[in-house]
Design a protein around this ligand. Structure first.
Ligand code: HEC
Length: 84
């Protein structure tokens, strides 16, 4: 929540305070949207980031350095909180 809501918003709608000025905006994490995304896809983008967007890499070796275990927990969190 601390690291992500700036862009993704508290409710996952992609309208966090930091998202206003982004050229490529985060998409809203809705049930429909997340049902088209596999856990692996979400994992990958959190770990590696998305090229040419403001979605940076958060995985091992990055500044935030989220471990693989914790990244899976974040994926579960997103699916549980916004995907139902
Ligand atoms: C500086 C703004 C910013 C921050 C901070 C940020 N994101 Fe993102 N995120 C984005 C943008 C922009 C995209 C859309 C990238 C694209 O369209 O390729 C994105 C995409 C994603 C996606 C992919 C969704 C999809 O389309 O499949 C996931 C998952 C994600 N972010 C999770 C996180 C998590 C977890 C954090 C915190 C650890 C985080 N983001 C922090 C901007 C941000």
């Amino acid at each position: 929540m601390k690291k992500c809501k700036k862009c993704h918003g508290e409710t996952g709608d992609g309208k966090g305070s930091g998202a206003k000025d982004l050229e490529i905006k985060p998409k809203a994490f809705t049930k429909d949207y997340l049902s088209n995304r596999s856990d692996g896809q979400l994992f990958w983008i959190i770990e590696k980031g998305s090229a040419n967007t403001d979605m940076e890499a958060f995985g091992p070796g990055s500044e935030t350095n989220i471990s693989k275990d914790d990244t899976w927990k974040v994926v579960t969190f997103i699916k549980e909180k916004f995907g139902k």
